[in-house]
Ligand binder design. Sequence first.
Ligand code: ADP
Ligand code: MG
Length: 189
Amino acid sequence: MQKKELRKIFKKKRLALSHSEMERMNDLILLQFQTIPLPFLTVAHSYIASEKHAEPDTSLILRFLQFRYPGIIIAAPRIDADGTGMSHYIITNFDQLELNKFGIEEPSGGKQIDRVEIDLVLIPMLAFDAQGYRVGFGKGYYDRFLAHCRKDTLKIGLSFFAPVDRIEDTDPHDIKLDYCCTPERTYKW
Ligand code: ADP
Ligand code: MG
């Protein structure tokens, strides 16, 4: 299937989920995440899940990472004023977040972190395929961001749904995932 069609289908599938279904799936995604053999982590980067878009929650995973790696630095993205890219800010408290123009929470400011310092990225998506390619909201923010991370930065997607066979119109700029956790299993490439 093509990206455009996948965006439509998976937006609809997500919005059909009830609050309790999502809670159950978020717990299962955490269990799947815990099966990944992680290296030592100093900096983890995470999107802030949007309730409006019914995205998999990342806060449970972040709490697990803070428990497992005391002192770990957590960073979250903020869309730049010109709308072209994202900057990344250290977050210490989820109360410091504010809503952006897309209705997505982001850090209000503070200390920025360089992309090359990031050891692991939790990646949002609408869909992914059996090869590890993902479909986002169509603005390419994560493709541009991940292109500047280190080669060994772990790219871990989170999805409520299983992969499709193949995204037919992947582009040379699309960056593949290393792992994707769904409620049922963890995919590895
Ligand atoms: P998404 O990944 O959000 O689903 P696409 O992969 O379709 O969206 O990318 C959307 C647009 O982002 C592309 O048409 C391209 O113009 C731009 N883009 C993505 N990655 C890069 C990159 N590394 N450099 C420049 N532009 C990029
Ligand atoms: Mg892309």
